[in-house]
Design a protein around this ligand. Structure first.
Ligand SMILES: [Zn+2]
Length: 239
């Protein structure tokens, strides 16, 4: 089940972390993968849960953290997208995902995708009911290198058409010395592929941010705290 931290938090922010966990339910037998593969970025967003938790602590903000690996089902993919249950990820074949039946896909949606999004939805609906404004903040991490190409950005923001918060957040982060900030690099936010921000924030017209931190920056709790403080400083400036 998803983890909800501070569901009634007082902040104007709602945090969600789609790829917080590398947990594979025991009945899926590690999807046929050795444990070393489940420690890689293909299974989760390394460090993202710690940053999300720290931001929740700093702001007294609700945070929803998915507790199932993205290899079981990627909660930030549209249900029709081929990446929803990947057969291959960063060169690794996922035996437990090959040639899944429609029934098996439907079961994964029902057991691990919808409960997470229902949890996120419950937080937004409760806030709407009491008239509390919400800014949606999605926290991800990215690997430092993919397909032999190194990524220079310590942090990047992914956006689509609504850049109300992205532009001032970029400006704020770019004032920090010694970091390189990506703007829709390496990932943009595509409502035909991405699910969480489009469904929970864009659909409601809510201001939002989708933040990607390079995983080598947030591998341990002290660095997760350091990045949470850095992001919090910029968030305070812009909201
Ligand atoms: Zn992610």
């Amino acid at each position: 089940m998803p983890r909800i931290v501070r569901p009634l938090g007082s902040a104007g922010l709602v945090l969600f972390c789609d790829h917080a966990s590398n947990h594979v339910p025991v009945e899926l037998d590690n999807l046929g993968l050795p444990p070393s593969e489940l420690m890689r970025h293909i299974a989760w967003d390394i460090g993202a849960a710690g940053v999300t938790q720290a931001l929740s602590d700093i702001f007294d903000a609700p945070a929803i953290l998915c507790q199932t690996s993205r290899l079981v089902i990627d909660c930030n993919r549209q249900p029709h997208d081929t990446g929803l249950i990947p057969e291959v990820s960063d060169g690794t074949l996922i035996p437990g995902n090959l040639q899944l039946s429609a029934c098996a896909k439907a079961e994964r949606l029902q057991r691990w995708f919808h409960p997470y999004h229902d949890a996120v939805e419950s937080v937004f609906l409760e806030r709407e009911a009491r008239g509390a404004p919400s800014i949606a903040v999605s926290i991800h991490s990215m690997t430092d290198s993919l397909g032999g190409i190194d990524r220079p950005w310590q942090v990047s923001l992914s956006s689509h058409l609504d850049r109300r918060l992205t532009d001032p957040m970029l400006a704020s982060l770019r004032r920090v010395s010694n970091i390189t900030v990506g703007d829709n690099q390496p990932y943009d936010l595509d409502p035909n592929v991405d699910y969480s921000t489009p469904f929970h924030a864009i659909r409601r017209g809510l201001p939002h941010l989708q933040i990607e931190i390079r995983q080598d920056e947030i591998e341990d709790p002290p660095n997760q705290q350091r990045w949470a403080q850095r992001l919090a400083q910029s968030l305070r400036e812009i909201i």
